[in-house]
Ligand binder design. Structure first.
Ligand code: ATP
Length: 258
């Protein structure tokens, strides 16, 4: 029996309209399996993300959402095809994948607590050698004026919402074409979450960044996304256009509180 599977239980996959994409997507996972040591935690995931598209990943605790993001960033061992921009990244290092245009905001934000806000933001641009780094730093202070006011203070002294904004600015400093976000709303007040999602939608549109968002706040995430995937026990249980998922009885019952 595979990890996450109950006796006698196997996940039936359902595809709602708008769920599938033809080849040529920005990111494509085909039959991806992921492992911690010898234990298999993802069991043959198919997923695509188009250029500039927002895709939400829903699922219960332990369903494999974080592992899915780690697979794309090459932070866990995987089998199967992972292509980004038409090139295989399955065998590449995390550094290579970041250089090719993938960036991740991990769960817990990964703030460099002893560094200043300014240094935290600049750390995100460490792979860049171009002259537009300064312009990008200014852009982020314009998007997040609260960070501009506190640029000399240490990252660790910011509130949870400010740290999340800092993590997003830092991740986007590498000018990715794909941003992976792991539970951005975790531990934040509802009003802060709403502001955060508004800013995310704005900057991703302005900078043509595609996003994969793992999120417990399914209603908000489905509002922003074009498509979604529901993971169960390491497999895709349901996939489809965001509005189809929002109106699907089982998704409503499990994730939208109906
Ligand atoms: N570092 C690890 N070593 C071994 N097993 C792990 C590790 N991280 C996660 N797992 C296991 O992999 C499976 C998927 O975990 P994962 O964290 O990807 O789920 P998730 O959907 O993101 O859950 P959550 O919402 O709780 O973060 C779980 O069974 C979990 O126990």
């Amino acid at each position: 029996m595979r990890q996450g599977e109950l006796p006698g239980e196997s996940v039936t996959q359902r595809e709602l309209p708008g769920g599938s994409r033809t080849h040529g997507a920005l990111l494509e996972l085909r039959d991806v399996h992921a492992y911690y040591g010898d234990v298999e935690c993802l069991h043959g995931i198919d997923l695509t993300v188009d250029q500039g598209e927002v895709v939400v990943v829903l699922g219960a605790n332990g369903a494999g959402k974080t592992t899915l993001l780690r697979s794309i960033c090459r932070l866990v061992r995987t089998k199967g095809d992972i292509t980004f921009g038409g090139k295989q990244i399955g065998g590449k290092s995390t550094y290579d994948v970041v250089r090719r245009g993938v960036s991740m905001v991990p769960q817990g934000r990964g703030t460099l607590v002893d560094l200043s806000v300014d240094d935290n933001i600049r750390a995100g641009g460490y792979i860049r050698r171009d002259k537009e780094v300064e312009a990008d730093v200014r852009y982020w202070y314009d998007v997040f004026p609260r960070l501009a006011e506190r640029k000399s203070t240490s990252g660790g002294s910011l509130s949870g919402g400010e740290q999340q904004m800092l993590a997003i600015a830092r991740a986007l400093m590498s000018r990715p074409t794909l941003l992976l976000l792991d539970e951005p709303s975790l531990g934040l007040a509802p009003i802060v979450v709403r502001q955060l999602f508004d800013v995310l939608a704005r900057v991703c549109a302005e900078r043509s960044v595609a996003m994969v968002v793992v999120e417990q706040n399914a209603a908000l995430a489905l509002d922003m996304a074009q498509r979604g995937y529901v993971l169960e026990a390491g497999t895709v249980a349901v996939t489809g256009a965001a509005d189809r998922l929002r109106n699907d009885e089982s998704v409503r019952r499990a994730y939208l509180g109906y």
